[in-house]
Design a protein around this ligand. Structure first.
Ligand code: CO
Length: 290
């Protein structure tokens, strides 16, 4: 395993190097969402290219969905908190994403798919994360890993702390998503009010947290930050993160992965290493080679 020069593997308590709020955005056929990564403020956190949160009980905000669109060169991870989304691609793969489920799609050399709400009212909530692929896997065959809520282990590493493991290992348990190049952690953490927990995060990994309910205090004792619902923090170097649930407790994502340290050429749903490869992606897409 190679670690890019700018990465340290030193132990220690990770600091919060950046705290931001998402930006309202619209994507697909007009779905309203909160873009947390992939903005002018935070273009990416290698290997993470984008994080969107969708959360609305107004059907007008989501009903148009994400009709047919391509992806090449990276992975999309959809984590549903509420509602139902129907997925279908141009290779005959389809399925229903329900509350609590995860779809980890390695787009590789390319798919064309749609992601459409399968409800006309009620709450629709969840996340879509884009994770880059290393150059050697950008043109690999597409692959899906799909799991219902019941497939994800719930770990209680300390009283008042519950961690739903989507990917990565904690206390001898492992999330069901496997064989991903960036060796990601994808954890949904619930913290009761006032609860302290020291979350182990491999020192080799780039990491961030995103608070989606309540509030949390995070970072070492001499440099703590209060984060509220809707705030994301990029973590500095170290091998753990100190967390404390706020007055109402908190629910947050902790996501980490090995940085790739490779050049990124990006245009919409194509993420490659060079402009030439982006051009090739357009040509292949237009000629029905996805
Ligand atoms: Co898509």
């Amino acid at each position: 395993m190679t670690i890019p020069d700018h990465q340290s593997t030193a132990p220690g308590s990770r600091r919060l190097t950046r705290v931001v709020r998402g930006t309202p955005a619209s994507d697909g056929a007009g779905v309203k969402l909160n873009r947390v990564i992939g903005t002018q403020q935070v273009p990416d956190i290698d290997p993470f290219l984008m994080l969107d949160e969708f959360r609305s009980d107004n059907a007008n905000d989501y009903i148009a969905g994400f009709p047919d669109h391509p992806h090449r060169g990276f992975e999309t991870v959809t984590y549903m908190l509420a509602g139902r989304m129907r997925h279908a691609d141009n290779h005959g793969h389809s399925g229903l994403m329900e509350a609590g489920s995860v779809q980890w799609m390695t787009a590789g050399r390319g798919i064309i798919h749609s992601e459409m709400p399968e409800q006309e009212n009620g709450l629709m909530a969840g996340f879509q994360l884009w994770i880059n692929l290393p150059a050697r896997l950008k043109m690999s065959a597409p692959r899906y890993q799909e799991f219902p809520a019941t497939a994800m282990p719930l770990v209680t590493p300390a009283p008042g702390v519950t961690v739903k493991l989507i990917a990565g290992e904690l206390e001898g348990r492992t999330g069901p998503v496997s064989g991903i190049a960036t060796q990601p952690l994808y954890w949904d953490i619930s913290l009761a009010a006032g609860t302290d927990w020291r979350a182990p995060v491999p020192a080799t990994h780039q990491a961030f947290i995103y608070v989606f309910e309540g509030g949390v205090r995070a970072g070492p004792a001499d440099s703590r930050h209060d984060l509220q619902q809707g705030q994301m923090a990029v973590l500095g170097q170290g091998d753990h993160l100190e967390l404390q649930g706020g007055n109402e407790g908190a629910r947050l994502l902790l996501i980490a992965g090995l940085p790739l340290g490779e050049p990124v050429a990006r245009y919409g749903p194509f993420v490659m290493n060079t402009q030439q490869e982006i051009h090739q992606a357009f040509t292949d897409y237009q000629n029905g080679r996805f």
